[in-house]
Design a protein around this ligand. Structure first.
Ligand code: NI
Length: 153
């Protein structure tokens, strides 16, 4: 059982600009494991470190477990390297903002560069729900919430 607890708006930690991870050790692996536990229990498909009070550039995602196929992913120091010109609008929820969704317009496809728990560089291209999710979680690391965007039509 993890001691990490979900933080909710207006907790100021949700507005923190998170620090890059520089140490890839067992402690980082434990944080990621605990974050996945909190995410699955919530239940959610994405969770960023500040949502459990940790101001480091880490987020986790499992875009498919609710459809029956678990695929836990951990992203450390993630940066967007490419965005599609095509924009899509999705209704986004946030575990830190209960009972609320907001329609957010974002690039339909994004390519991300990040590090895994060993510090090894990774890249991946995301579409559909996963594309919106990685952008939403990446925003959290800079203290940006989905409700900060103008509501899309
Ligand atoms: Ni969120």
């Amino acid at each position: 059982m993890t001691d990490l607890q979900l933080r909710f708006v207006p907790d100021p930690v949700l507005r923190a600009v998170c620090a890059p991870v520089t140490v890839f050790d067992a402690k980082l692996a434990a944080i990621a494991k605990d974050m996945l536990e909190v995410m699955y229990a919530a239940p959610g498909r994405g969770l960023a470190a500040p949502q459990v009070g940790i101001t480091q550039r880490v987020f986790v995602m499992d875009a498919t477990w609710k459809d029956g196929t678990p695929d836990p992913q951990v992203f450390v120091n993630a940066e967007m390297v490419e965005c599609s010109e095509e924009i899509v609008v999705m209704a986004e929820g946030c575990l830190s903002i209960p009972d609320r969704t907001s329609r957010v317009a974002r690039p339909a496809q994004v390519t991300l560069r990040w590090q895994d728990l060993d510090g090894a560089p990774q890249t991946g291209t995301f579409t559909g729900f996963a594309a919106a999710c990685v952008q939403h979680e990446r925003d959290h690391l800079d203290g940006i919430l989905c409700t900060d965007y103008p509501e899309a039509p």
